[in-house]
Ligand binder design. Structure first.
Ligand code: SF4
Length: 276
C-alpha cells in the first residue's frame, strides 16, 4: 500500500465566508503549538503517511505556520498548504516556501462578481484579484528557478451552484505555472444545500472545462477518502448522515495507526484522488 496524505485543519477561523464551506467543527477548543507538534509527530511515527497538508479555515492566519511546516519536514513528511491566497504576502511565502512541496490555492472563479456571490471574499467584499493570484504564482516560480524552493502549484475549485456554468480553463491557463487543477463537486454539508449542484450541472462543468494539458481531475464524491484531523487534534470521518463528521478518536491520545484501523478508508478511490 502506498503511503497516505493527511489533512491537518489547524483552525476553523477564516477571512472568507464561502457559502459551501465544510470547515465547520463542533469542537471549538484549540491546541497549543506543542500539542500540534505532538499530533504531527504521531502522524510521522505511524509510518502510514508520507505527506501532510495544512488546512483550515485559513491556515495562513496561524502566525507560526512556517514553524509547523519546518517541523513536519524535519520528520520526513512532504508538506503542502491549502489556502485562499488572500493573505499570501511575499514575506509569508518566503517563510513557507523552503518547506513546501505544494501550494494549493482555492480558486472557484475568475469573475469578481461570482467570487463575491460564492463568498470567496472578505467580510468587506475584498477579493484576491486575478492579477494578485498571478503574481503569487510568478513569485513561487521565480523562487523555484532561483533554487530556493521546489514547490508545485495546485488550484482547487469547488463546483457549486454559483459557478457551475462557468469556464475556468482560460483563467487557469493564464496563470501559466499551475501543475495540477482539481475540481471538487460541492459536497453536502450542514447548511450548504443551496450551493449543491445536480448531476447534470456537475457533468456540464466537467465537459466545458476539459483541458488535458492542465493535469486536471474532477471529483464527484470525496466520501471516506479525505483523511482529516480537526483543530482539536481528532481524526474525523464522514458521518453516517452524509452531511457531518464523526470523531474517530484523538491523535493526542492514541497512535495514528490504531485510529486509522477505525477509519474505513476507501483505498481504491483514495488512490485515484491522489494519482498525478
Ligand atoms: S476559504 Fe476555505 S475555509 Fe475559508 S470560508 Fe472558504 S471554504 Fe471555508
Amino acid at each position: 500500500m502506498n503511503k497516505l496524505k493527511i489533512n491537518f485543519h489547524l483552525l476553523e477561523e477564516c477571512n472568507y465566508h464561502c457559502k459551501f464551506c465544510f470547515a465547520k467543527y463542533d469542537d471549538h477548543r484549540k491546541l497549543t503549538l506543542a500539542e500540534q507538534k505532538a499530533v504531527i509527530k504521531n502522524i510521522a511515527d505511524s509510518s502510514m503517511f508520507d505527506a501532510i497538508n495544512f488546512a483550515g479555515g485559513e491556515p495562513t492566519l496561524v502566525r507560526y505556520l512556517p514553524e509547523l511546516m519546518k517541523y513536519a519536514c524535519s520528520l520526513g513528511l512532504k508538506v503542502s498548504v491549502i489556502t485562499n491566497g488572500y493573505l499570501l504576502t511575499r514575506e509569508k511565502l518566503d517563510a513557507m516556501l523552503p518547506f513546501m512541496s505544494m501550494l494549493g490555492i482555492s480558486v472557484h472563479s475568475f469573475d469578481d462578481v461570482s467570487k463575491r456571490t460564492i463568498g470567496s471574499c472578505t467580510k468587506s467584499g475584498d477579493i484576491l484579484t486575478n492579477e494578485r493570484l498571478q503574481k503569487i504564482c510568478e513569485y513561487v516560480y521565480a523562487s523555484n528557478e532561483s533554487g530556493k524552493s521546489d514547490c508545485k502549484i495546485k488550484i482547487n475549485s469547488v463546483i457549486c451552484k454559483s459557478n457551475c456554468n462557468e469556464n475556468l480553463v482560460a483563467g487557469i491557463r493564464h496563470l501559466k505555472y499551475v501543475q495540477r487543477w482539481k475540481g471538487l463537486r460541492c459536497q453536502v454539508f450542514e447548511g450548504n444545500q443551496d450551493m449543491l449542484v445536480t448531476d447534470s450541472e456537475f457533468q456540464g462543468f466537467v465537459q466545458r472545462n476539459q483541458a488535458s494539458e492542465l493535469n486536471q481531475v474532477f471529483e464527484n464524491d470525496m466520501k471516506d477518502t479525505y483523511i482529516m484531523i480537526n483543530p482539536y487534534g481528532e481524526l474525523l470521518k464522514d458521518g453516517a448522515d452524509g452531511k457531518s463528521y464523526e470523531v474517530v478518536g484523538s491523535a493526542l491520545r492514541e497512535p495514528m495507526g490504531q485510529l486509522m484501523d477505525r477509519f474505513n478508508l476507501k483505498q481504491d478511490i483514495y488512490e485515484l484522488r491522489y494519482a498525478g
